[in-house]
Structure formats: C-alpha cells, structure tokens
Design a binder for this molecule. Structure first.
Ligand code: MRU
Length: 353
C-alpha cells in the first residue's frame, strides 16, 4: 500500500507535506504556531477534510506547547481561543470544527472531573486526543476502502473529482482507498481523474498519487467528464465529501454536483465516501452548509505566467458545491454502506454508538 501521508507528528513536532508544491516537489514543512496552522489550512498546504481535522488537532496541541507560566483555568481558556482561531481558517469541511470541538470538550470534561488538574496534565490529555483522532482516521479510511471495493468490480472504469486520497486523510484516502486497495489486489481499474479547476487537485494530487501507486490513470479536463461517460468508459464515479447534511446532501469540491448530475443522466452509480466525522447531523440540508468563497485570482492568474483574463473582470469562485442527495447512489462510511432514505439511515449510524 502507498506509504505517503500528509502529516507527521514526532517528538512534539508537527510536519506537513506542503501540497501546494506537488507534484513537482515533495517538501515537508514544520508548523509551530497557531498562525502557521491557520495559514497552512487557509492556503491548502494541508487540505482534504479529514487531513485538516487531524492537522488542526495536533496543531492546537503544538500551538500552546510553549505556554507554562499560567494557571490551569487560563490555559484552558487559551486552548478555547486558539481552537476558535484555527477554526476560522476554512468554513466548509466540518472535520475542522469537529476535531477542534472534540479536543476542547475532552479538556473541559477532564477539568470538570478532576479539579486539581495541572497544565501538564491538560497537555497530555490533548496529545492523547489528537493521537486518537489520527488513529481513528487511519482505521476509518481502511474500512471505507474495503466497503468501497465491495461496490466495484475488476477492470471497471472509474471517474473521480478533486483529491480524496491518501494526502487528503491520515492515510489511504476515502474514495481513493478502494482504488489503492484494488491496485494491491490486481483489480486493474482504469481511473479517470478530472483536473479540478481552479486549484487542480485532480491533476496535481490525484494523478500524482495514483500514478505513484502504479494505477492506470487518465487525466481529463473537467469539461470532458460527459464525453468519457458517453463513450461508455465509466462504470462508477467515486468522490469524497467535506460535509454531509442530515438529509444526505453532500458538499464537496466545486464541480462535484455537475459530475453527479451527468452520472445520473448516463445511469452511472455515483458513490460518495463520507467518514462519520464528515457527517453533520446539526446541518439539516445542503442549503445550510457554508460554502467557502476564494479569490478570483485562482481562476485567472494563479497557474499562468500572465493573467489569462482582464484582471478587472468580476469573478465568482466558490470552492465547493452541494450534490443533492437524490444523485448519490450510496454513501460509504467506515461503519458500512448507507443507502437512501438518507435522512433516516444516516442517523442510524450514530444510534449504534
Ligand atoms: O479544497 P480542498 O482541496 O480541501 O477540497 C477537498 C475536497 O473537496 C475533498 O474531496 C474532500 O475534502 C474529501 S477528502 C477525503
């Protein structure tokens, strides 16, 4: 199995693979402060919903590592404030707020249970929680890989959008996990990846990751999804998710909803891979998911030597769109495959706990 991870935590130090440098350079950078963590998430040096969550958890821990001359209550307040600050970096992927809330709640619960808690104890609790979030994500991705493989047959043509692979998670990926597993087991998938404008996660990251693992990979521009479907080359679409609402509407990288509508038109199953950390039952429908808007410069300038549009032109650059639940054939979670009706069946995943 492919042995690349988006982050490494060693001896109280947090390192990430700077994904803005891929595919040309594999550069590791260290995040030492809350500002470093905020900046890395905002600029997509670390990206992908689960990876952002894990990075934020360790990031919160390292951000308050050098603070010692402080009482426990003030330290916990600092943890809360730092978590709020890191959480403000990106709004759509719920894993970010999920992981930070989990860290803060763990600390608050411990403080309530043990009134004599020292700052060093709080630190230890934070580290253990971050490690648990990390380990659970590795296990969830492996489980989604196995469940995903149940839906796919050897030799299938598979289309994917954006990057929900090993570098978007702790390891293996969500929707790319079955493709990596299939590669190990001789499934011979033929994978098509959309380049995913404007930030090219499909071209720079998915193509890089799949080619590195020896998967038969064809890169296409986003506007070629329809022709490859019409040609009969696609048997299934697999994508990740940044936040799934209680009714099964799923926000994912901009362009995903168009691919889902095309797949529906051509009668191709559309599978969304969603760890339970990405399901937000507090968000009733896709209309309630906050959609990140980014600078138009990413559209007209970022990848070109010179601007490829008049720089005074107005732009609209939403980073995500919402795929209506009616286009999603199945939701693959680490707890199993969920089928419609999603408003009922997603809830059941949490009742099992
Ligand atoms: O803006 P990005 O690159 O963070 O967007 C990532 C995606 O949309 C992924 O598909 C999603 O986070 C799932 S990652 C397993």
């Amino acid at each position: 199995m492919l042995d690349i991870t988006p982050l490494r935590f060693e001896d109280d130090r947090l390192f990430i693979l700077d994904q803005t440098k891929l595919p040309n350079e594999e550069l590791e950078i260290e995040l030492k402060t809350a500002e470093d963590v905020w900046d890395a998430i905002k600029k997509l040096k670390v990206r992908g919903a689960p990876a952002i969550g894990v990075c934020a958890a360790y990031g919160l821990y390292v951000s308050v590592l050098d603070v010692w001359e402080i009482d426990t209550e003030s330290f916990i307040n600092l943890v809360r404030e730092t978590a709020d600050y890191i959480n403000s970096s990106r709004p759509t992927a719920v894993n970010l707020s999920w992981a930070l809330k989990r860290m803060v709640k763990r600390v608050e619960d411990a403080a309530a249970a043990y009134p004599g808690l020292k700052v060093k104890d709080v630190r230890e609790i934070m580290l253990k929680e971050a490690q648990a979030i990390h380990e659970e994500d590795v296990a969830a991705c492996m489980a989604m890989g196995e469940y995903g493989l149940e839906l796919l047959k050897p030799g299938m043509g598979i289309l994917t959008h954006c990057n929900a692979g090993t570098i978007a998670t702790s390891k293996y990926g969500t929707c790319l996990a079955p493709l990596h597993l299939g590669q190990e087991r001789g499934y011979g998938f033929k994978v098509f990846c959309d380049e995913t404008r404007p930030l090219l996660q499909g071209a720079r990251l998915t193509a890089w990751e799949l080619v590195k693992n020896g998967v038969d990979t064809t890169l296409i521009c986003d506007n070629m999804a329809s022709i490859v479907m019409k040609n009969g080359w696609i048997d299934a679409v697999v994508v990740g998710c940044d936040r799934m609402a209680a009714n099964g509407d799923g926000a994912n990288k901009i362009g995903t909803s168009g691919v889902a509508i095309l797949a529906h038109e051509y009668g191709i199953p559309f599978y969304m891979f969603v760890p339970t950390s990405t399901i937000d039952l507090n968000t009733p429908t896709g209309d309630d998911i906050p959609i990140e808007l980014r600078h138009g410069e990413e559209i007209y300038e970022m990848w070109y030597e010179k601007p490829m549009a008049p720089t005074k032109v107005k732009t609209y650059n939403p980073s995500f769109d919402v795929t209506d639940h009616k286009y999603i054939s199945a939701v693959i979670t680490e707890k199993g495959i969920v089928r419609p009706p999603y408003d009922i069946n997603l809830k059941k995943l949490f009742e099992q706990e």
